[in-house]
Design a protein around this ligand. Structure first.
Ligand SMILES: [Zn+2]
Length: 449
């Protein structure tokens, strides 16, 4: 590809037609073997089989993909931008906000390089996630679209309250609230700091010291109050749920996503089916402890609890899948496995009986629904933001190809080539992203009001 063409791709001023690619559009539709996608003004203008391509814009830059695969930009629904190789939540709390910001900037760049054009951060320190989101929107740093949460809201001795009492500070991983009104107050405080999503911890966790994952640590009243307030202000809610009751309380409260879902019983499955909530099973967090426990010298509590949870977790996922509950991909990345390897979650979904196509939908179309932003991202359809990945290979034949950096040929965000091997081969390095970002929360407001 000559530099003039590449410049045209990078500045987004000309329409781009990607032709002769295999198109996976993020829905259950069968892939198109020989297809095209046309991008213009930041959006997908047209997509379909080569035979259906009408005479395009004469000014469009045409790129022959020679059979490479085009798929929507990947979406990780459960990540923590401040995490970098952390073993436990105590590690998170020992990280300073300043170092967390450095981590987040590096992680954002790793994510976009790996074909992830949107990430939902589900718990930060300070207010790092929203700050990084805004810096990306302003074009000051490279990265995906970020759906930002604030600190994880939980009660005393809950999921995100991890350090001894004398150590507790204002800016750590947890925002501690007790009782419905304190939950409401914290939701309102976080809205003022600009978050898009509210993260609540409703059960304990393997990697925290005070609450076990099978313990429910909130009341129904606390959850109902917090979710109601978030929804009144147009924010989504993700709830950390590893105990039986935490799932049911969250679904009754109207949560948008259930994170982990380690323990599901029949009643929870029925509640799920009657709701529009989506399950984010976060298999990377399970398998990273099981696989790296020895190497990382994890505490006995963490490893033995995860060993107990393994069968329940995988059994619950199977039950959910068989019941037709929508499942979105999110690996809890930054916990042990590094950012940039987020597509490992898709490999684990396939190991648990998903087809490669279903795993891709979990990281695209269904992920966008989990974020309540399916009108903008997650599928290749006219009008959607032109966020897409060109993969040199066939992920339906081997889902692990999505983890292979050498195969990520091109990453487009808002129709601009922002990452991928094509850029690197031409020595262009990091993309100039000035003015490229689109604030997803803003788009959502505009749509609804
Ligand atoms: Zn998490």
């Amino acid at each position: 590809m000559d530099p003039t063409t590449l410049n045209a791709l990078s500045d987004g001023r000309r329409a781009v037609s990607l032709v002769h690619g295999r198109i996976i559009d993020g829905t259950t539709r069968e892939p198109i073997d020989d297809g095209f996608v046309t991008l213009a003004e930041g959006r997908v203008a047209a997509v379909g089989a080569m035979g259906d391509q009408r005479r395009g814009d004469a000014d469009a830059v045409v790129i022959d993909l020679g059979g490479k695969t085009v798929l929507p930009g990947l979406i990780d629904c459960h990540a923590h931008l401040v995490y970098r190789g952390f073993r436990s939540l105590e590690d998170v709390d020992r990280c300073t906000v300043e170092l967390g910001m450095v981590n987040a900037i590096l992680n954002a760049e790793a994510l976009i390089g790996a074909g992830y054009t949107t990430v939902r951060d589900v718990g930060t320190i300070g207010n790092v996630a929203a700050t990084v989101r805004d810096a990306i929107v302003a074009g000051r740093i490279a990265g995906p679209r970020v759906v930002a949460s604030g600190q994880a809201i939980c009660p005393t001795a809950g999921f995100a309250d991890n350090l001894p009492a004398h150590w507790h500070g204002e800016h750590g991983f947890g925002a501690i609230a007790n009782g419905p009104w304190e939950f409401v107050k914290e939701v309102r405080r976080q809205i003022k700091t600009g978050v898009d999503n509210i993260k609540i911890g409703a059960s304990g966790v393997e990697v925290g010291p005070y609450a076990h994952s099978w313990m429910t640590t909130v009341t129904q009243e606390e959850l109902t109050a917090a979710v109601g307030e978030a929804h009144r202000r147009g924010r989504t809610v993700a709830v950390h749920c590893q105990s039986y009751d935490s799932v049911k309380y969250s679904l009754r409260a109207g949560a948008d996503t259930i994170e982990h879902g380690t323990r599901l019983d029949d009643e929870a499955v029925d509640l799920f089916r009657a709701s529009d909530a989506i399950l984010v099973p976060t298999l990377c967090t399970l398998f990273s402890v099981l696989q790296l426990g020895d190497k990382l010298n994890l505490l006995p509590k963490q490893r033995s609890e995860m060993a107990v949870n393994e069968a329940l977790w995988l059994g619950s996922l199977r039950q959910a899948r068989e019941a037709g509950i929508p499942i979105a991909a999110g690996g809890d990345i930054g916990n042990r496995f590094p950012h940039g390897t987020n597509a490992r979650e898709l490999e684990y979904l396939v190991s648990q009986g998903f087809t490669a196509h279903q795993a891709i939908i979990a990281a695209t179309g269904t992920a966008a629904r989990a974020l309540r932003r399916e009108r903008f991202i997650g599928t290749l359809a006219p009008g959607r933001f032109a966020d897409l990945v060109v993969l040199d290979g066939d992920p339906l034949a081997d889902i692990r190809q999505l983890q292979d950096q050498m195969r990520i040929a091109m990453v487009f965000k808002s129709a601009r080539l922002v990452a991928g091997m094509v850029r690197q081969h031409l020595g262009l390095g990091r993309a100039e992203t000035q003015g490229i970002g689109i604030d997803l929360l803003g788009e959502r407001w505009r749509e609804r009001h």
